[in-house]
Design a protein around this ligand. Structure first.
Ligand SMILES: [Zn+2]
Length: 304
């Protein structure tokens, strides 16, 4: 039988000094957290909130923030307070059920082909994206920066939820996820979306610390070093240490298979995934030309 809650946070995994720091943060934030939980329970959510599970998740959250703030209790408390306030101000707990956000995610998938694709060898939810073939102009004409950031929050919440579900499923705590970004086709145009990208990094660092398990870039184009030099200054050392770049070539698949089992990897990357409804073309690429042609002929019809 599947239990309704993943493994409980075990304070004994921490050393004595850390246990004291954890307990201090926990006690200091108890009133704020209780009030936040009451707020969350009062939201009109379709998915029922399990109070016991929320409290367990809160312990893991404290642990992640403590790690990210190098166990400095004052910094951790301040960061957690800001995070709770940000969640309320932006109704983050409603984002997964927000109709307009779900619709935008479907549209975005056409502009930037992506897929939530199984798990890695260490059971992290895996997200794969064909970043290199993103329609940069389309994304900027269809979405405002605010909408793109809302999507980013949706994406983060979705992957946190996938990690939570995985924890329940396998009885082992999973809290981070892996991103595979295929840069095939990427050119300097992509710089146009760097401003919202930079803003999304702020959200990652401040409200979702320790959530990125690994970021794997595959098929880096020749302009990659130039792009990388532009992005590098925005990344903290911990994030940088989680980035892997796999060069094109005969060894690429073997390297990828060190992180992802063959059945969780799409065929086009050397795997043999058969579990996707769209397999063997797991990550569907939308044909915009077809639509553009349709649009054009529609316009011609109108003129005629
Ligand atoms: Zn697949």
């Amino acid at each position: 039988m599947m239990t309704s809650i993943g493994p409980l946070f075990d304070i004994n995994q921490l050393n004595e000094a850390q246990q004291k720091q954890f307990q201090f943060v926990y006690n200091e934030l108890k009133p704020q957290y209780t009030s936040y939980l009451e707020y969350k329970l009062s939201l009109p959510l379709k998915t029922q909130v399990n109070k016991e599970e929320e409290e367990n998740e809160w312990n893991y959250e404290l642990h992640r923030f403590l790690r990210a703030r190098k166990w400095n209790v004052e910094h951790t408390i301040k960061a957690l307070e800001e995070m709770l306030q940000w969640r309320r101000d932006n109704q983050v707990d409603l984002v997964l059920e927000e109709e307009v956000t779900l619709q935008r995610a479907t549209l975005l998938q056409k502009i930037l082909p992506y897929m939530n694709h199984g798990y890695t060898k260490v059971d992290r939810p895996l997200y794969m994206e064909k970043s290199g073939i993103i329609c940069v102009d389309k994304i900027l004409s269809e979405f405002t920066t605010e909408q793109l950031l809302r999507h980013h929050v949706y994406w983060l919440e979705l992957n946190c939820q996938r990690a939570r579900e995985r924890s329940r499923q396998i009885g082992k705590h999973i809290e981070s996820f892996t991103i595979v970004s295929d840069l095939h086709g990427c050119n300097m145009e992509i710089r146009k979306i760097f401003p919202p990208f930079k803003q999304s990094l702020y959200i990652d660092n401040n409200y979702y610390p320790e959530r990125l398990g690994q970021m794997i870039f595959i098929n880096p184009p020749t302009v990659f070093p130039i792009l990388w030099n532009l992005v590098k200054p925005w990344l903290d050392p911990v994030t940088k240490s989680k980035i892997v770049v796999i060069k094109k070539g005969p060894e690429a698949t073997n390297t990828l298979l060190q992180y992802i089992d063959v059945e969780h990897l799409p065929v086009e990357y050397g795997g043999n995934c058969q579990s996707c409804p769209t397999a063997p073309n797991c990550i569907q690429v939308y044909n915009w030309n077809k639509e553009d042609t349709k649009e054009k002929s529609k316009k011609i019809d109108l003129i005629l």
